[in-house]
Design a protein around this ligand. Structure first.
Ligand SMILES: C[S@@+](CC[C@H](N)C(=O)[O-])C[C@H]1O[C@@H](n2cnc3c(N)ncnc32)[C@H](O)[C@@H]1O
Length: 190
């Protein structure tokens, strides 16, 4: 994309994000957390991303927008057909559809079937499966890549188990971003 196309796209995405800022109510990430995901991808030039839990696509927009800068692509998985439909419409409205491959189904199976490799993963579906998602993706995550997981500051079923597990991983360095009260665990593969 040339510079003009890119700035047109930026304007369109920014307008969409501002207009919808207060309207996300399908378990979507807060705006601040979207910004964190965007920065991680752009700053590290990540190009092969996976999202588990699309819902209606708020984080998907931030990730896809970042990938529009790096020349990357996102696979995003959702089990709920209606939410996925709304996400597809939202990405279309934001002008970011070209960067996203939407998959409908149970991520428990789909994640195992994905080939990879990935350099950026955002885990935001069923929290009590976070450990298993990590185990399934680990061999498909590149060195220097990051596995991120949402809601780690919240007292949800599976979160404590996930944090205990991920902090023990020898090949990873994990920090928790506290930009919002949800919290994002960010694990760098060394
Ligand atoms: C917290 S929401 C995702 C929010 C989204 N990342 C955003 O910011 O807009 C979690 C989503 O994961 C989906 N989900 C839960 N379990 C799943 C599974 N086993 N496979 C695929 N999707 C699942 C839910 O239907 C829900 O829409």
């Amino acid at each position: 994309q040339d510079m003009n196309d890119q700035s047109e796209l930026d304007k369109r995405v920014q307008k969409f994000l501002e207009e919808h800022r207060q309207e996300w109510n399908d378990l979507n990430v807060p705006f601040e957390d979207g910004q964190v995901l965007y920065d991680l991808i752009v700053d590290n030039n990540y190009q092969s991303a996976l999202e588990i839990g699309t819902s209606t696509g708020h984080s998907t927009i931030w990730i896809a927008w970042a990938l529009s800068k790096t020349g990357g692509k996102l696979i995003t998985i959702e089990i709920d057909k209606e939410r996925q439909k709304q996400a597809i419409e939202n990405l279309e409205a934001a002008g970011l559809s070209d960067f996203v491959d939407f998959r409908l189904g149970n991520a428990h199976q789909l994640v195992k079937e994905l080939e990879g490799p990935f350099d950026f993963v955002f885990s935001d579906a069923d929290k009590d499966w976070y450990v298993q998602y990590f185990k399934d993706i680990d061999p498909k995550l590149e060195e220097g890549g990051r596995f991120t997981a949402h809601n780690v500051l919240q007292n949800m079923n599976g979160i404590q188990e996930y944090m205990d597990f991920v902090k023990k991983q020898q090949g990873y360095e994990t920090i928790v971003d506290k930009s919002s009260s949800s919290g994002i665990a960010i694990s760098l593969k060394k």
